[in-house]
Design a protein. Structure first.
Length: 160
């Protein structure tokens, strides 16, 4: 593959990636969930939470994680599927994994590396007491988003 592909003016500078990540997440939520997200304060997930993670490989090596409380996961599933919250309870984890996957795909397209990166299958973790360990080296971009009163954490860990 030619080095010119990686130095093209179409590639968004890394310093702009936090903004691009927010825009990608906003567009996915608007399109798939039918809701608006805004920037929020740092989230503190008490009780059961759900985290979806997707690997990005190729011109960029990174991991994208979306973490939210169980109630947010159910709300997302409810709105994605167009069903009442009670009917969406069993689909919360799948919904978080799918939204994470879509944000990762939309993000890589927006930074100009769509065809030069591939995504892993989403992995979803659910529980009351777990810690997501970040890579020690590399860059960490973290955003806290507000979605209908629920706080969501989205993080992009870029490997060196």
């Amino acid at each position: 593959m030619s080095q010119e592909l990686f130095t093209s003016a179409a590639i968004v500078p890394r310093g702009d990636w936090p903004t691009v990540l927010f825009v990608a997440a906003s567009e996915v939520f608007s399109m798939m969930v039918g809701g608006e997200i805004t920037m929020g304060q740092q989230a503190c997930h008490v009780g059961e939470s759900v985290a979806g993670t997707v690997g990005i490989a190729g011109a960029v090596r990174a991991g994208l994680t979306l973490r939210c409380g169980r109630s947010a996961a159910i709300r997302i599933a409810s709105q994605m599927l167009g069903v009442p919250m009670q009917q969406a309870e069993e689909h919360g984890c799948d919904a978080v994994g799918e939204i994470c996957n879509m944000v990762a795909g939309h993000f890589k397209a927006k930074i100009g590396l769509e065809s030069q990166c591939v995504l892993s299958v989403p992995l979803v973790i659910r529980g009351n007491d777990y810690h997501i360990e970040r890579v020690k080296k590399g860059e960490h971009i973290a955003l806290t988003l507000n979605y209908e009163g629920e706080l969501l954490d989205i993080a992009l860990d870029i490997h060196p």
